[in-house]
Design a protein. Structure first.
Length: 75
């Protein structure tokens, strides 16, 4: 019984540790630019133009309205 308690305590304490996930020597991409300035790769919504803040705001507004339950039920 005492051995079971020790093993359980050791497993619980091991689960509390956090493994370092950073890789030394690798550049980290930072999000210092405004969100509307561009997308990485080809992932972009139709009708959105990179660098156009107004079209970006419209896309965010439309995406939010698609998640609005009052609008979804009314259709």
């Amino acid at each position: 019984m005492k051995r079971l308690v020790i093993v359980t305590a050791a497993l619980l304490l091991a689960a509390c540790g956090e493994v370092d996930q950073s890789r030394p020597g690798v550049a980290v991409e930072r999000g210092d630019q405004a969100a509307y300035t561009g997308a990485h790769g080809t992932i972009a919504a139709k009708g959105w133009e990179a660098g156009n803040r107004t079209s970006w705001q419209q896309q965010v507004r439309n995406r939010g309205q698609l998640q609005n339950e009052y609008n979804r039920i009314a259709r």
